[in-house]
Unconditional design. Structure first.
Length: 160
């Protein structure tokens, strides 16, 4: 049962990320397309997690918990919900939406979906890896968007 709950909270978090990206599309209309693409990718990750939820229900013996607990995922979820509320109600500067998303994407990348749920089934390993790659890709995209929107340079650019 905990495995299913882990997957459900992961899916909910992906949908919350999608909502945050939609808010960024509203806040930064010149980059609406880019943020809507990121939102759609998060919704795609949620769909992948739907298939994992079904697989866990059908074949729980193929799954085991990773190193990240359900409690940790719920804490992250609360943080995302709080950020979403702040952004929607204008309680923060628009830039904070991007900064928060960068922080969440980096945090999730470091935790890695593969460390949350584990399986030996190759097809589902691939699905988990796809979601994990999304964290890295979205983080890089957010860094690029932040540079474009705010006309800044990243301190690491000079090291390239």
């Amino acid at each position: 049962m905990e495995l299913a709950n882990i997957a459900v909270v992961m899916k909910q978090n992906e949908l919350l990320f999608a909502q945050l990206y939609q808010e960024c599309a509203r806040l930064f209309p010149d980059f609406k397309k880019e943020f809507e693409t990121l939102a759609a990718e998060e919704e795609g990750h949620a769909a992948i997690l739907d298939s994992i939820i079904e697989e866990i229900a059908d074949r729980p013996e193929n799954w085991r918990p990773g190193k990240v607990s359900l409690q940790t995922l719920r804490i992250i979820q609360e943080q995302i919900q709080d950020t979403l509320l702040e952004v929607k109600t204008g309680q923060c500067a628009p830039r904070y939406a991007i900064t928060a998303l960068r922080s969440y994407e980096q945090s999730m990348s470091e935790r890695s979906v593969e460390k949350v749920l584990e399986t030996d089934v190759p097809d589902f390993q691939d699905r988990l890896a796809l979601v994990t790659q999304g964290f890295d890709t979205h983080l890089k995209c957010l860094q690029d968007l932040e540079r474009k929107i705010f006309k800044t340079t990243d301190m690491f650019d000079s090291l390239k």
